[in-house]
Design a protein around this ligand. Sequence first.
Ligand code: PLP
Length: 390
Amino acid sequence: MHIKKQRLLTPGPTPLYPPALHAMMASDLHHRTEDFRRVYQAAIADLKEVMGTSYDVVPLVASGSGAMEASVSNLFSRGDKVIVCSAGKFGERWVDITKGHGLSPVVIKKEYGDVVTPAEVEAALKDNPDARGVFVQASETSTGAAHDVESMGKIIAKTNAIFVVDAITGLGTMPLKIEEWGLDVVIGGSQKAFMIPPGLAFLSISPKAWAFEATSDLPHFYFNLKKEAKNAAAGESSWTPATSLILALAEALKYIKSIGMDKLVENAQLLARATRQAAAALGLEPFAATSPGSSVTAIKAPAGMDSGKIVKGFRERFGMIIANGQGSMKGQIFRIAHLGYFDFADLFAVVGSLELILAANGYPVQFGKGVSAVQEVYAEATGIRQPVNA
Ligand SMILES: *Cc1c(COP(=O)(O)O)cnc(C)c1O
């Protein structure tokens, strides 16, 4: 029996930033005090800074899905026609939430691994000029694909519809120019690139989206964005906030600001590129080949091998928790995450372990081939040496 360190390597929850975890111990703090107000206001100001927007940013005590639901229940009205881009399990969640609230979604459905194109959104808006909203995932975590929200946003901005972007794994893994691209609502969650445990979600809300709030007729109580935004401006939350998570978020945001949001994005992009190259070097196929994102890389298990065997191998041999596929993708793919507090040393370990696990399952592997692909990307990115043509 050898030492196996437990390592959380899923695309949410993600590895925790230790100083943020330590900050949670100071949560014997009352939320209606100046001490808390200061932390809360600083955290919101820093969130706006890293998200790169002057729009209102409203935190909620919920996992990401709570903020998704709040965007529907606060901004839309019964019977509203909306366009939903559905290219994975989280796109399906938009369909369920909009239907569940009595909206009338026109669904642009794509195969898992594929993406909805801006041209398809444009055509859907032409066919449905009365559509009041467009919903999408910036990064569809279930497949590893990323949507072109820049082009979509610029198209939607010319219409009366608002663009609601689930950027829960998009934030910190891809550039998102909220105001320039016409992203009316951008949703984030604590347990993704923000390096802290689950339980907080937040949304940025454009003036165009606030105008929708004024006419919304859907019932809501706990998730009241207007009330929450008003209270947030005064350093208060409407209800008892998750004090410990706010302390953690404030600490993590200091770190993200110190390295720069663009560098956090670049970090994920580099790790994703290195992972794709490692997979190719090992003869493995990417799952989302058309438009691979940088939050997570989904890789197909070798023919005849259940991906659960790979996930189990990571857990049992190395104490590493990695993600299987979700829904019908379970058993077909495994997912290597890059968002938030992941570094190259993590990836050397993941790819080195993967090689051993594949070999243990009878797949022919030349040890080191995947790892050296990751090393090449690191060496090139850091100037250790110039690109080599392998
Ligand atoms: C994690 C995630 C969510 C939110 O899931 P919760 O479990 O509610 O936090 C939503 N969309 C995407 C794309 C995600 O990755």
